[in-house]
Design a protein around this ligand. Structure first.
Ligand SMILES: Cc1cc2nc3c(=O)[nH]c(=O)nc-3n(C[C@H](O)[C@H](O)[C@H](O)COP(=O)(O)OP(=O)(O)OC[C@H]3O[C@@H](n4cnc5c(N)ncnc54)[C@H](O)[C@@H]3O)c2cc1C
Length: 218
């Protein structure tokens, strides 16, 4: 809508309104899961994709176990979407709805190491892989490895799980305004950098190509 100089549609507020309405009207999912499921399905990852899949499977009479490598469920909804848009408590509340259908979630279990493909094939009729995109794409630019250069996903995850990464006196947020192709997907890369030169002035740690890394910022 920006392109047409029009007011953007506030999708976040629409989503929030829908969920607030749902909870304030009894949070009824509108179906009862089948009590004695016939077949077992494994879902890998406890992000939105697996949770949606698990709810549908329970609706259709399957038993579901989700394997999640992290300590909390919800995937990027819990760890990655900035808090002003989605608090961890809201994400976890939605996970509880799925669990209330009888979905089991096993935490700290990484598929491929803690549980093998052979074990999954032996114990489950089907396996749904929903491991997300993984860590942020590296930009492969000089200075990226410097101390205090933090990619946005790690920064947000630390903040949302109450272990904020300490930042310097001044913070530089570096945003690539040029859309780039990352893994074939258009994306705006972003680095949050907090750094200080010997005299305490902030130092650019990445990644605008026409600005030398280490340049003092005014
Ligand atoms: C910064 C940011 C802002 C966003 N803002 C919004 C927004 O405002 N609105 C919106 O609708 N969407 C937003 N999104 C997109 C949304 O978060 C994703 O589309 C969604 O989380 C994808 O769900 P997923 O289940 O595929 O993957 P993920 O959410 O990434 O979940 C994957 C899960 O799999 C687990 N996992 C990975 N490997 C293994 C393994 N081997 N074994 C076990 N578990 C494993 C991970 O720990 C993780 O919990 C945003 C994303 C980001 C990064």
């Amino acid at each position: 809508m920006h392109r047409y100089n029009q007011r953007p549609i506030e999708i976040g507020r629409l989503q929030r309104h829908a969920m607030d309405h749902f909870y304030s009207h009894g949070a009824q999912l509108g179906f009862t899961p089948v009590a004695e499921p016939a077949e077992k399905v494994a879902c890998i990852g406890a992000g939105p994709a697996s949770l949606a899949c698990a709810a549908e499977l329970r609706k259709n009479g399957y038993s579901v176990t989700i394997f999640e490598s992290k300590a909390l469920p919800g995937g990027l909804n819990t760890y990655g979407v900035a808090e002003y848009k989605l608090r961890p408590s809201d994400s976890l509340r939605e996970v509880d709805l799925v669990r209330s259908l009888g979905v089991e979630i096993r935490f700290g279990v990484s598929a491929g190491s803690d549980i093998t493909v052979e074990e999954l094939e032996r114990d489950y009729s089907a396996t749904f892989l929903a491991v997300g995109l993984g860590p942020a794409e590296l930009l492969r630019i000089p200075g990226e490895e410097m101390a205090h250069v933090v990619d946005a996903l790690r920064f947000i995850a630390a903040y949302k799980t109450a272990e904020p990464i300490p930042v310097g006196r001044k913070v530089v947020v570096v945003v690539n305004l040029q859309p780039r192709k990352l893994r074939g997907v258009e994306s705006n890369g972003m680095i949050v950098a907090a750094s200080s030169g010997p005299d305490g002035s902030p130092v650019l740690a990445g990644f605008l190509e026409d600005v030398p890394v280490g340049a003092r910022l005014k």
